[in-house]
Design a binder for this molecule. Structure first.
Ligand code: DX5
Ligand code: ZN
Length: 218
């Protein structure tokens, strides 16, 4: 069964409590939290402090997506803030293998994210060590962008690598995901669907979550 991870980035931050309670009560599985540093991506969002506040009320898995340079500087502090899983970008660190071990040592599930231009082959030597592969289906930095169709091919490649190498990793997709393309990414091998605008900009967010969750998957 696939998992739904609404991204709080698209929520109304004046009433973050309402967004959290909506996700808590919905059929969503995870909270997706987008951390941006204005260096790795051309936007700044929020950090440990906000995640700590979210963690107080969130009753579901906290999936923290670090879009920051040298994430190794902050792994422990995000774990302490309440992250259940931490995903770092392969492009953001010189020592991907080491950061993965660091995330696990901090007691979190370890994920690696790939920008649209980054080939799946960079995972060759870490695929057995990770819990999650995050295929970016837009260029990271902003919510509400258009899904890049070439990513379907990458999802299939990551899926094949996981099967061949007998890795425990699952595939998450992030960016421009909604009811219009969710079935396609699931068919390609994705297990976790991140959805920001598709959920929070909808009139009935819980309904969209229910519909995404209700799609057939392997
Ligand atoms: C983009 C973020 C996404 C974003 C998704 O850099 O990583 O998680 O919130 O938003 P939508 O679903 O609107 O593309
Ligand atoms: Zn994200």
């Amino acid at each position: 069964m696939h998992l739904i991870a609404p991204s709080l980035l698209a929520a109304d931050f004046r009433r973050l409590d309402q967004a959290i309670s909506l996700v808590n009560k919905s059929e969503a599985d995870w909270f997706h939290l987008d951390v941006m540093d204005g260096m790795f991506v051309p936007n700044i969002s929020f950090g440990q402090f906000i995640i700590q506040q979210v963690a107080k009320d969130a009753k579901k898995y906290l999936d923290v997506h670090l879009m920051i340079e040298q994430p190794e500087r902050y792994i422990e502090s995000f774990a302490e803030a309440g992250a259940d899983g931490i995903t770092v970008h392969a492009e953001a660190t010189k020592h991907l293998h080491r950061v993965i071990q660091q995330i696990k040592a901090a007691g979190c599930k370890a994920g690696v994210a790939l920008n649209p231009h980054t080939p799946v082959s960079v995972l060759e030597n870490v695929i057995e060590d990770i819990d999650l592969v995050l295929i970016m289906t837009v260029n990271p930095g902003f919510g509400g962008q258009k899904f890049i169709y070439q990513s379907l091919q990458k999802i299939r490649q990551a899926y094949d690598m996981i099967v061949v190498r007998n890795s425990p990793a699952i595939i998450e997709v992030d960016g421009g995901i909604g009811l219009q393309n969710a079935r396609k990414v699931l068919e390609a091998g994705a297990r976790v669907l991140v959805a920001g605008s598709a959920v929070f900009k909808a009139e009935d967010p819980a309904g969209v979550i229910r519909d995404l969750k209700g799609l057939e998957s392997n």
